[in-house]
Design a protein around this ligand. Structure first.
Ligand code: ADP
Ligand code: MG
Length: 244
């Protein structure tokens, strides 16, 4: 069964038609990049999935059922820093587990493991104001993975970072995903990033937004952005889009 099924999804804001009759499926454990121009409705889609917005028509199903945030364990990583300034790194990572009433020993172990994977163990007692933007994003990622979500949604999480840091965090993300096999929806307007990360790439059009194509990205990992295959696929996606 598909982890996510989107059927004839339409979303309007008053007269503004944003998502126009969109249908696609995401399989269990898939890493899907959704790439589309600024303003095409990527964030609107994620907000609709978690029911922050009412949809105009159509449906979004998780494991074949309407989304139920009480039952479906969904994590959302935003573009902006979403750490809590009054909590330490360790407490921030633990936060998602605290609200889920996970037993104490298990919680400690998950937090320790996640801090280690994202390289924040030496900074466990630091507060967000003492951290760089890439460290803050690492806290968010560790917090999201610590809850072992069945679906992880990331909305342009690395948009603000410079390129070298971005590549490092992208590699970390892939490592975490390969270990956990969480279904990931990764939103970006960066074509290279989508080709670097995705198992599939869902290419969106300008508003009113439809799907251009869902492309399989079978390049071996770790991916080499300079390889002819990588450059070829990036070029293919770029040609398909021509947003400019
Ligand atoms: N709450 C809202 N009310 C009205 N219009 C909105 C709202 N949220 C988004 N929009 C509009 O919907 C379109 C898609 O926005 P958004 O989903 O943020 O795009 P993206 O994330 O792809 O950059 C934009 O034209 C935006 O102005
Ligand atoms: Mg957005």
């Amino acid at each position: 069964m598909a982890a996510i099924t989107v059927k004839n999804l339409t979303k309007k804001f008053d007269d503004l038609l944003v998502l126009d009759n969109i249908s696609f499926e995401v399989s269990d454990g898939e890493f899907l990049c959704i790439v589309g121009p600024t303003g095409c409705g990527k964030t609107t889609f994620l907000n609709s999935l978690i029911k922050l917005y009412d949809i105009t028509s159509g449906e979004i199903l998780v494991n074949g059922e309407p989304v139920d945030l009480q039952r479906h364990n969904i994590s959302y990583i935003f573009q902006e820093n979403s750490t809590m300034p009054w909590l330490t790194v360790e407490q921030n990572i633990s936060f998602g587990l605290d609200i889920k009433h996970i037993p104490r020993a298990q919680k400690k172990e998950s937090v320790r493991e996640m801090m280690d994977i994202v390289g924040l163990t030496p900074y466990r007692s630091y507060y967000p104001r003492q951290l760089s933007s890439s460290m803050l994003q690492r806290v968010s990622i560790a917090r999201a993975f610590a809850t072992d979500p069945e679906l992880l949604m990331m909305d342009e999480p690395y948009g603000q970072l410079d390129i070298e840091l971005r590549f490092r965090l992208e590699d970390e993300l892939i490592k975490l995903w390969e270990r956990t096999k969480t279904t990931v929806l990764f939103i970006t307007h960066n074509i290279e990033e989508s080709v670097y990360l995705g198992q599939h790439i869902l290419v969106l059009t300008n508003k009113p937004t439809g799907i251009k194509e869902k492309i399989a990205d079978n390049l071996p990992r770790p991916r080499d952005i300079a390889s002819p295959e990588f450059v070829g696929l990036r070029h293919h996606v770029t040609e398909m889009i021509k947003w400019w």
